[in-house]
Ligand binder design. Sequence first.
Ligand SMILES: [Zn+2]
Ligand SMILES: [Zn+2]
Length: 342
Amino acid sequence: MGESTNLICECGHEWREELYFDVERRWEGMGTDGLLANAPATCSVCGYKGVARGIIPDGDSQLKFYLKRENSLYFPRGGWKPSSSMGSSIILNPAKELNIHLYGEPSCETLDLGEIAYYLRRKVDNISVDLRDPFFDEDFPSNEDFMKKMAEAKIHDFSNPDFRPSSLELERPFMSEEVAYDGFKLLSASRELLGEDELNTQHIHLIFTNCYFGTWDEKDKRYHLRLSSYGFPSLISTTGIVEAPARPSEFYRMKRKRGEEPSEEQVNGKFLSHNDVRLTEALKGISMQAIFYHLTGEPFCVTPLCRLFNGHWQEEVLESQMDRPEFCSAHEKILENLNKKQ
Ligand SMILES: [Zn+2]
Ligand SMILES: [Zn+2]
């Protein structure tokens, strides 16, 4: 108690402060054993006021607390795109038709791929959109090389990307909500399953999946859960869109007070829940981010009302995806120009 603690805000600001912790429970695994604790804190740079959380380790390693979404150790974020060093943007040959393939996720009951396909056809000219079976299903190839790649993509320790169990099991990979994968490795393993005739810029593969994936952040030495990972193919997580963006602060306040999570209705529908009726509408814009990534190299926009806004909070995701206008004037224009060229 009262020990000087290193605090890191989501905005990137780092400082030290005497914190008075509330211990929540014992924490074991993911590389650290200790006590999971929280303390109220305010960032002097971005002004965010919230509950910082961290682990008080059993040993005497340094205390590090994160001022972020309260209830997750994944320290979640929004969507992800490769940094420019990871690959150049793809320039489309506009003379040819663009083929968009949507792979379904049957475990998400409110995901209506047909409606997303209809939406995309209305927004982008000269495209074909087809609906496909789930990408990750029982027909997974069972060759050793691919299974090894999947095993390596599994996140075993959210604070250590290199940690591997001493024997890596070459188990038949299957997607489950209990496993989280490194988004970049999952993406590159998935790429090898695409048919050679569809491995070119005239094809966009949008894989909807219920699995969790994250990306490693060098700055705060943590994996961050993501709702999407853009590339070739692009991955969109139907669970990530619910769990990755932070919920409104009253959610965490009520949770602390009552000791249990309030429902979506209790916070006036300000966050998406699993099988939320708004998921399909929200995922239309996330699909557009993947298409913009493919066409222009940039999936995101800085305007909060635009569907391409990379919301890190549930309220931001809902505002950008559910409210009018759909796109900011700059992106309306880009879309118009793209459609004119075709
Ligand atoms: Zn801050
Ligand atoms: Zn925009």
